[in-house]
Structure formats: C-alpha cells, structure tokens
Design a protein around this ligand. Structure first.
Ligand code: SF4
Length: 313
C-alpha cells in the first residue's frame, strides 16, 4: 500500500504532509512530517503541486487551506476533529469580548477557522509565552487549553482569562506524576520532557516543558541518551525510529490521539485515487483574510517570527 501511495502521489503531483502524531505508516511515505505550525509554514511555501493531502486533524488542514489558497487541500479522514479545538466556539469568543472589551483574544492554533476568524492573535505552544508577553498588555483572553494557559501565566505574569476554564486535550490530560516518578526511579539518567498541554503538576515534575517541535530538536541535539517523553505516542515512535541509538520512553504508553489515528494509508490512497469532494477542506472566503492577518500578527511578536516558530502541537 505504501508503494501504491508513493506511485500515485507522483501521478497526481500531490504533496503529502503528515503531523508528528500520525500513524508511522503514513509518516514513512510523507513528503514532510512536523508539528502543526511547521506544516502550515510548509503549506504556505510550496507551489507547483496539484493537491496537498494533509494527514492530521481538521483545524490543521484548515490552516494549510488558508495559507495556500491556490492548491486544493484534502484531509484523508473527514471526521478527524480535535476535541480540544471544540472547546471554544466563535460565539463564546464574541460573548467574552463583550465582557472584556480591552483584553485582546489570543487563541491557541488548536481552534477552528471560525473561532480564529473572531480572535485577535494566534499562538502555538512553542511561541505562546512570547506572543502573550509581546502584546505588552496586563490582561488577555486566552484559550482553549487551560494547562497551556497555566504555563503562560506562570512564565509571563500576565492575567490570562480562560476562554474556557475546562478546556483541555484528553490525550495530554492523562499524564500524571505517579508515572513520571516511577520512570525516574527506573531510569534515573533520563531527561523528562513534558508537553505544556499536560497538567501543571506534571509540568512541575519535568526537566523541560516543551512542544513537539522542541522535543524533536532537544532529542536530536542533546548528548543525553535516555528521554522520557510526555506527549502523543506517534511522536515517541518517530523519535525512536530516528534515533535508534537513544532510548525514548513514553511517559504513558496509552497516550494515543484517536482523532489523529482516524487517518490511514487506505484513506490517503482513496483521496489520491478519487479526490472526493467531501475530503476537500474549504474555509469560507470571508474568514481567510482575517486569519491570514492574525497569523501575521503572531509573526510580529518579538522573537516569535513565523519562520522561526518551530514548535506547536
Ligand atoms: S493530541 Fe490533543 S490537541 Fe492534539 S489533535 Fe489530539 S486531541 Fe487535539
């Protein structure tokens, strides 16, 4: 099946982008694998393709469609929807904006295009601290991830009002201190890296809090040989495949994002063969300009330039 995908990709002149949490069978045949922002950036840069197949969840494919209006973007699984993104609707943002008219709305990239279209700035887990502090204001509306909000609050001292105090990623919410403590006993030499979507006490128990992009960089560049990684298993598998000489231990071996895993090689192949209309990702015309504008605003935050922001979900 991988050979078929590779051959048909050429025939269709298609670019296959895959998120770090995708099944390895897709990552292995993708043209580029990365976090959501790296993939968005790649979508914006490329030209000359007749189609982009985005193996990830829907909000990520929407970003690709916003940033590359010329190339049709397809998602293999139309029901791959990030539950974290579902926590904050555009209506909720509008209502809180009325309540706090002076507070800019910073939304995590894990939001729908509709929610982004009524927000003021976008951030990723890799640049959220810089984006929020770069605004130079005392109070910000922020969401939907409450754990990322805790992290940014502690790093910046800015008052963050949660767009949704319960907002969380069910995959990262599962990590707990007991798992980290046991693994530290078993592997005292390990460097523990935890995603900022994990609960605050798990972040406190880590050596490093970092996004998936940061995890990739640290494992590649560090002289350390053993790492405990608290994020989705797809990234742990990718890191182990890339670094067979190092020991990459999942902090929890059931941390699987079911939505990400709705994509499969069969579905990628079907999109290549049939280019089904229902798999085409479309963002309403009237939202595109505003989302492009607030992405640009994110890029203007000091040290958070779009081209350098290498870390997100
Ligand atoms: S891992 Fe969490 S934040 Fe990422 S796509 Fe899955 S549910 Fe959403």
């Amino acid at each position: 099946m991988q050979q078929k995908v590779l051959a048909l990709k050429k025939v269709r002149n298609a670019l296959l982008l895959a998120h770090n949490y995708q099944p390895m069978e897709i990552q292995e045949v993708a043209d580029f694998v990365g976090d959501s922002l790296q993939l968005a950036k790649k979508s914006a840069e490329v030209s000359g393709y007749d189609m982009i197949i985005f193996a990830g969840v829907k909000f990520m494919a929407e970003m690709a469609a916003v940033l590359n209006e010329k190339t049709p973007v397809y998602i293999p699984a139309t029901d791959a929807i990030c539950p974290l993104a579902a926590w904050v609707s555009a209506d909720k943002v509008r209502a809180l904006k009325e309540e706090y008219p002076d507070a800019p709305v910073v939304v995590y990239v894990n939001t729908t295009a509709e929610t982004k279209s009524v927000s003021d700035v976008i951030c990723t887990s890799g640049n959220a601290v810089k984006v929020v502090s770069g605004l130079g204001v005392a109070r910000v509306l922020f969401g939907p991830d409450k754990n990322l909000a805790d992290y940014v609050r502690r790093q910046t001292g800015v008052e963050l009002i949660d767009l949704e105090p319960r907002g969380h990623c069910y995959v990262h919410q599962q990590f707990d201190i007991a798992q980290i403590t046991l693994l530290r006993e078993e592997y005292p030499e390990a460097v523990v890296i935890v995603h900022p979507e994990c609960p605050e006490e798990v972040q406190d128990a880590a050596d490093i809090v970092g996004s998936t992009g940061a995890m990739v960089k640290i494992v590649a560049e560090s002289p350390d040989e053993t790492f405990v990684i608290a994020t989705e298993l797809g990234l742990v598998e990718q890191l182990q495949a890339k670094h067979p000489d190092k020991k990459i231990i999942p902090a929890y071996d059931r941390a699987v994002c079911r939505q990400m895993k709705k994509n499969s090689l069969e579905k990628v192949l079907r999109v290549l063969e049939e280019r089904p209309k229902e798999n085409l990702v479309e963002v309403p015309e009237e939202m595109i300009g505003h989302i492009q504008e607030i992405l640009e605003r994110m890029s203007q935050a000091p040290d958070a330039r779009f081209a350098e922001a290498s870390a997100s979900d």
